[in-house]
Design a protein around this ligand. Structure first.
Ligand code: DGJ
Length: 551
């Protein structure tokens, strides 16, 4: 530890204790995941927490000097959480010597700006390669073996099939978690951990080193076979089909049990990454059991030939088709999380909510579409949060993200109270799918993209966002709060087709400290066709309404 690091650690420990004692918080109230109805929520300081996050660029957190002017810009963007890299190379520059000064600097910076942190452990792997391991690991391939391709050529990627690799990474991650507990175990600035970053083999579909070839020809490990048998009816359908096609065997080599093909290589790698990363996560949790997730580089669409097959995207990463291998191999990992840089957002959310996997989006877009995705994540998929990548560039209170998060933060408590209970939902609409209907309570609600009549005073031209979300919150049998943009919102009775639905009261307004503060009472031209809501095109706004029925 450097002197600077010792001093900042001492300050943090003192700060953490003063804060905890003065607020009377129990030291055991660690951020954790909790079931609520059909949802799983992140609980921070005893209350559900919706992550309105954003991720720093990869190298930003390596310099607190660089971070200094960025913190206030980030805070002004209405985020509540920053996702920040902690790299193995800077944490353990010499074997067994740890430098926590950057971690302490991040925690201090976040606290000063009233932000929470999710730390991203860039350990053995980052984007399918190994570039963040310390130089003493990088340069000693005898001790820390790398993977090989079909021709026996070494790739710059640590092998999953090495206890030395796994143990060295686990020791460092455990030291990090121990330190976070010591400096933050009371204040809970750090609320969750990402273990590694977008792992998987790039190039071949699996490791072809001698150790990997042996493991591939060996029987599928008993733990995985047991898991498959115990979860036979709830397995991800793709995996179940492959297992069934090969005869539901209960033992045999990987190819005997799952058939030949790149999908089996991918599954084999998923099991091995799951084992390794699960081991690292468990070592960290033994010190301080924060919720832990892994993130995935997704299979790309047909528009990117070659990137839609294992190896074209990192093979063995935590993708839906191999979710069961990750669950079985790494039970200490709480969430498999997609980095959604592809257009079909809703499909990926549906795939990642299979098998009760809670939805968290650690990387995605931060533009108008991104805000729509953040709303859908929380409202439609009971997600625990959203985080676009690259806040260094995105940070601005008047940008799409800043404006969107401002509105989302107003309604976050309402969303969290209703997740998992069937009292909140959302839709996405755009040019391709301009209309979307959903039932909530006894009403069917329809969002129509870019539609609705009546002037929207002071607003920019309608259609400034190419995809928007409608968020629907049920407050009572006939009472709703609706957040929308560039849309008309229409209502029908879901229980009696002979009834028409009218608007009893429509207010626009804001939630200030959780209390509704009404602005204009909307009627006439501002409620098109005298029966629908009209949301302007330039930003998300909130309307609180009461409906009635007539015949
Ligand atoms: C995905 C990676 O996970 C991030 O660390 C970053 O490199 C982005 N890609 C860049 O777009």
């Amino acid at each position: 530890m450097t002197l600077k690091s010792i001093l900042s650690t001492a300050i943090l420990i003192t700060l953490a204790h003063t804060e905890a004692f003065s607020q009377g918080r129990p030291a055991t109230n660690i951020p954790h995941l909790e079931k609520r109805g059909t949802a799983t929520q992140l609980i921070v300081d005893g209350k559900p927490f919706l992550i309105l996050g954003a991720e720093l660029n990869n190298s930003s957190a390596s310099s607190m000097e660089y971070m200094r002017p960025l913190w206030p810009r980030i805070a002004a963007t209405n985020l509540n959480t920053v996702l920040a890299t902690v790299s193995w190379e800077l944490l353990e520059p010499e074997e067994g010597r740890f430098d926590f000064s950057l971690v302490d600097g991040l925690i201090q910076g976040a606290r000063q700006h009233n932000l929470r942190l999710i730390l991203l452990w860039f350990g053995s792997w980052k984007n399918g390669k190994s570039t963040y391991q310390p130089v003493w690991v990088k340069t000693n391939q005898q001790r820390f073996p790398i993977i090989q391709d079909e021709k026996g050529k070494g790739l710059p990627t640590l092998s999953t099939l090495s206890d030395a690799n796994r143990n060295a990474d686990s020791r460092a991650f455990a030291a990090l978690m121990k330190h976070v507990r010591e400096v933050d175990g009371d204040a809970h600035t750090v609320i969750m951990m990402q273990v590694e970053n977008e792992v998987g083999v790039l190039g071949p579909a699996r490791d072809h080193s001698a150790a990997a070839n042996r493991a591939f020809a060996d029987p599928v490990p008993k733990e995985f076979m047991d898991y498959l048998q115990n979860h036979k009816d709830t397995l991800i359908p793709e995996l179940r089909k492959r297992w069934e096609a090969a005869g539901f065997k209960t033992s045999g080599s990987w190819e005997a049990v799952f058939g030949a093909g790149v999908e089996t290589s991918e599954l084999f790698m998923a099991w091995n990454y799951g084992r390794y990363v699960g081991h690292v996560a468990a070592a960290g949790k033994a010190e301080y059991p924060l919720p832990m997730f892994v993130n995935a580089w997704l299979r790309q669409g047909k528009d990117k030939p070659g990137e839609d097959i294992p190896g074209g995207y990192p093979s063995g990463g935590p993708l839906p088709q191999v979710l069961d291998a990750w669950r079985a191999g790494g039970p200490a990992i709480d969430i498999l999380a997609p980095d959604v840089h592809v257009p079909n957002y809703a499909e990926w959310c549906a795939w990642y909510t299979q098998s009760g996997n809670p939805l968290f989006i650690p990387e995605s877009r931060g533009d108008a579409r991104g805000v729509a995705h953040a709303i859908a994540t929380a409202g439609k998929y009971d997600g625990i949060g959203y985080s676009p990548f690259g806040i260094d560039r995105l940070a601005s209170p008047d940008g799409e993200l800043g404006k969107g998060y401002q509105v989302l933060s107003q309604v976050a408590p309402l969303i969290l109270e209703r997740q998992g209970l069937g009292k909140v939902t959302a839709v996405l609409v755009d040019q391709e799918t301009p209309r979307s209907k959903v039932r909530l309570g006894d009403y069917t609600i329809e969002a129509r993209f870019n539609q609705g009549r009546g002037p929207a005073p002071g607003s920019a031209p309608v259609g400034a966002a190419d995809r928007v979300a409608g968020l629907f919150l049920q407050l009572g049998p006939d009472d709703y709060v609706i957040v929308g943009r560039s849309m008309g919102v229409y209502f029908e009775s879901a229980t009696d087709a002979t009834q028409s639905v009218g608007l009893a009261v429509v207010e626009e307004g804001q939630y200030v400290d959780g209390r509704w503060v009404a602005g204009r009472r909307l009627n006439g031209d501002e409620t098109p066709e005298w029966k629908a809501l009209w949301f302007a095109g330039d930003r998300y706004t909130i309307q609180k309404i009461r409906l009635y029925r007539y015949r």
